[in-house]
Structures are given as structure tokens and as C-alpha cells.
Design a protein around this ligand. Structure first.
Ligand SMILES: Nc1ncnc2c1ncn2[C@@H]1O[C@H](COP(=O)(O)OP(=O)(O)O)[C@@H](O)[C@H]1O
Ligand SMILES: CC(=O)OP(=O)(O)O
Ligand SMILES: [Mg+2]
Length: 399
């Protein structure tokens, strides 16, 4: 069975086409910098040369159409016809408490995802657009949705409740949900494999740092706590999101700047983080390039970003009363040796010892970047949310 997986992030659309007979990837690719000036499309058919296009892709709907064109393209494609695709699996960020597991798409499921847009304004809309674009372009093909929130449903109440009136949880389900669950799930299992111990015996902190970023404490093989909350705004400093701040800043700013709630919400989600502090970009590559050229604002943005990540690792080591390994993943975590170095060099007291040569090596394999003597292991594990989504989709469609 051939399954197409779509992972619509806030600024990217990644896709992989699987043959589930042997879980082989027929083609994969990504559309990056959606909605920014000059988007980059990279299409990698497994047995043909890579195609790279720079063009203007203003929204996720256009991105989906481009993917479908490339997969069936006479020269770069891998399919004779789109009829060969028997199912499509989507990553959906917010499943609230309505969805504890993956499910097939029905009109009710779409309605529920739409209702959750309030809680994930940057994320549920692109996923929904992807689902609708597939309905239009591949009519009748079953679709499934796999939620970022599902993996974190194991958190204990002391982690997921906020210290605010309980009636807000009872009435509106205001609580910590956590995100990037498919990724934290995948990389924690992979890290245990590389370390050579059962996951249940390890205390891990997984750092998924991409455009959105979150950190998870994994205890007994399950999510014990995670940095994102009711929405993907809480926790670490991100590309355009603030992460943690004093909640009093919201009414104070509304008052002083005469802003509406939606303006403040947009400020915190789209105009904060690396972008706001550097004044240059939300893209870590551009921040580190500018920093190397001596830009002070870029340096400050970088320092705040890595400082806040160090604080979370320390907090989670305390939350679990110990830590065996730290795992870096996603766009920044997999590619930025300078970010990993800045984080690890500030937490040597925990027993972290970075191996600089290993850290600087570029590789697509899961690997150690700590020294052999390091008490706390540090790993880079390329995430593979798509494989987990393909497996769930296959299971649901076969049932
Ligand atoms: N070589 C690199 N060095 C530093 N950062 C990188 C590198 N490659 C990608 N990134 C960063 O990864 C981020 C995107 O991560 P990704 O996980 O793909 O995002 P998304 O949240 O859209 O899924 C961007 O901020 C980008 O700057
Ligand atoms: C939940 C979230 O922040 O996702 P992304 O990293 O794809 O923006
Ligand atoms: Mg992502």
C-alpha cells in the first residue's frame, strides 16, 4: 500500500511517500519558508536526482498542489498516476482532550479540528488546508490524522494542571497539552536504541528545536512534563514565539499600547522570539551568520535562546530527580552545532561533557555527541514524525 504523509508546520510542509510493504520511502521533500519572500522547494525522489526550486509559495494550499505536481511529474515524479496513493496521513498539532489517538478523517473530525483552531492558530489551519486540498485533488482517498498532543496524554496532573481556579479546567479544559508528541515519542525510542538500554529505564530530556520548539521530560518511557502548554506558545523561546513570560505582560501591554487581545496574541505568536530580539530573522541560520559578523542583536537573541533551553534542561533534571541523556532534534537541534555547544557548555555541572569533533560532524544518523566518559549522554537524533504517521495511517486504513 502506498501512503502519502503530510506534515504541515507553521512555516513548512514536509512530505514523504511510503511503500508500506517494506516501509521504504519512494520520495520525500519539503517546502520551506512558506509565506516568506522566496520559498524553497526540495523534492527528493529516492532513485532520481534531487530537484530544488526557489519560488513564491504564499500558503499551504499552493504548497500541497506543488507536491502533487512533483510526485506525478513526467521527469521528477515517482508515480504514474495519483490513483496509486491509497491513503494520506496528516500531522495535526492540537487534538485537545477530544483526540487521545490517531483517527480517520470524517466531517465530525474536521469540525473538531476547526474548533481547536483557537488553541493552535498557527498550526491547525495549515493542517486543515492540507486535508481539504487532498480532498479536492485526490477525491475518495481515505485520510487520517495523527495528533502532536496524543503522546503527552500520559502526563500526571501535577504536570498538566495550571495553578488557577479548577473550574477553568472543568468548564474549558484549560490545561497543559504539550506538542511535537510524535517527534518526542520517535526520538526517545531511537535514543534508547542507540544507548542500548530499555527506554523505561532512562531519564531523558528531548529537545525538539525547530521553528517551534519544545522540551520534554521522559520518565518510565512516557511523557512526564513538557514545555508547551494549552497552546504551542508556552515554554522555550522560538523563531517568532515568545515562550514563557509573566502573564501580567498581556494586560499591561494592552493598556499601555492600546492593543486588542488579538493584536497582543499576534505579537506573541508571530512577532516575538528570535525575530523580535535580533530584528533580523526567525531563522537560526541567519541569526548565527549575523552573530559571526559581529551583530550584537543577533548575539543577544542567540544567548537568550540557549540560556532558556539550559534552564529547562536543568528544571527537568530536577523534576525527574536525575537525567541520563539529552536528545537534540528538529531543524535547529539536528543542524546547529553552535546552539548545541552553547547549551551543553552551560550545564557541565550535571555531568555533561561534549565531544567537539562529534558535535561538528554532519550526519543524518542518530549519534552521540558527548564524550565516551560523559556521565550524561548527549545525542542528536534526526526526527521522523512521518514514519510514525505512516504506520498509524496504515493501521487505521487496514482495520
Ligand atoms: N544548518 C542550520 N543551522 C541552524 N539552524 C537551522 C539549520 N537548518 C535549519 N535550521 C533551522 O531550523 C528551523 C526550522 O526547523 P523545522 O524543524 O524544519 O521547522 P518547523 O517547525 O517548520 O517544522 C529554522 O529556524 C531554521 O533556521
Ligand atoms: C507545535 C509546533 O510548534 O509545531 P512547529 O514546530 O511545526 O511549528
Ligand atoms: Mg516541526
Amino acid at each position: 500500500m502506498i501512503i502519502l504523509v503530510m506534515n504541515a508546520g507553521s512555516s513548512s510542509l514536509k512530505y514523504q511517500l511510503y511503500n508500506m510493504k517494506d516501509e521504504s520511502v519512494l520520495a520525500q521533500g519539503r517546502v520551506e519558508r512558506i509565506g516568506m519572500d522566496s520559498s524553497i522547494v526540495t523534492h527528493e525522489p529516492t532513485d532520481k536526482p534531487e530537484v530544488r526550486q526557489v519560488s513564491e509559495i504564499l500558503d499551504h494550499n499552493t504548497a500541497v498542489r506543488r507536491v502533487i505536481d512533483l510526485l506525478t511529474h513526467s521527469e521528477h515524479g515517482v508515480l504514474k498516476s495519483m490513483d496509486q496513493i491509497k491513503a494520506v496521513g496528516h500531522r495535526v498539532v492540537h487534538g485537545g482532550e477530544s483526540f487521545q489517538q490517531s483517527t480517520l478523517v470524517t466531517p465530525e473530525v474536521k469540525l473538531e479540528i476547526r474548533k481547536l483552531i483557537d488553541l493552535a492558530p498557527l498550526h491547525n489551519p495549515p493542517a486543515l488546508m492540507g486535508i481539504l486540498a487532498v480532498e479536492t485533488n485526490l477525491p475518495g482517498v481515505p485520510q487520517s490524522v495523527v495528533f502532536d498532543t496524543a503522546f503527552h496524554q500520559s502526563m500526571p496532573q501535577e504536570s498538566y494542571l495550571y495553578p488557577i481556579p479548577m473550574v477553568l479546567y472543568r468548564r474549558h479544559k484549560i490545561r497543559r497539552y504539550g506538542f511535537h508528541g510524535t517527534s518526542h515519542d520517535y526520538v526517545s525510542n531511537k535514543a534508547a536504541e542507540v544507548i542500548g538500554k530499555p527506554l523505561e529505564e532512562l531519564k531523558l530530556v528531548t529537545c525538539h528545536i525547530g521553528n517551534g520548539a519544545s522540551c520534554t521530560a521522559i520518565l518510565d518511557g512516557k511523557s512526564f512534563d513538557t514545555s508547551m502548554g494549552l497552546t504551542p506558545l508556552e515554554g522555550l523561546m522560538m523563531g517568532t514565539r515568545s515562550g514563557d513570560l509573566d502573564p501580567a505582560i498581556v494586560p499591561f501591554t494592552m493598556n499601555k499600547e492600546e492593543l486588542t487581545l488579538s493584536e497582543v496574541s499576534s505579537m506573541l505568536n508571530k512577532h516575538s522570539g528570535l525575530q523580535a530580539i535580533s530584528g533580523i530573522s526567525s531563522d537560526m541560520r541567519e541569526i548565527t551568520d549575523a552573530m559571526k559578523e559581529g551583530d550584537k542583536h543577533a548575539k543577544l537573541a542567540f544567548d537568550m535562546y540557549t540560556y532558556r533551553l539550559r534552564k529547562y534542561i536543568g528544571a527537568y533534571a530536577a523534576a525527574m530527580n536525575g537525567i541520563d541523556a539529552i536528545v537534540f532534534t528538529a531543524g535547529v537541534g539536528e543542524n546547529s552545532s553552535i546552539v548545541r555547544q552553547a547549551v551543553c557548555e552551560g550545564i557541565t555541572f550535571l555531568g555533561v561533557e561534549l565531544d567537539h569533533a562529534r558535535n561538528d560532524q554532519r550526519s543524518k544518523e542518530a549519534r552521540f555527541i558527548s564524550t565516551d566518559a560523559s556521565r550524561v549522554k548527549v545525542l542528536v537524533v534526526p526526527t521522523n514524525e512521518e514514519l510514525l504517521i505512516a504506520r498509524d495511517t496504515y493501521r487505521l486504513v487496514k482495520a
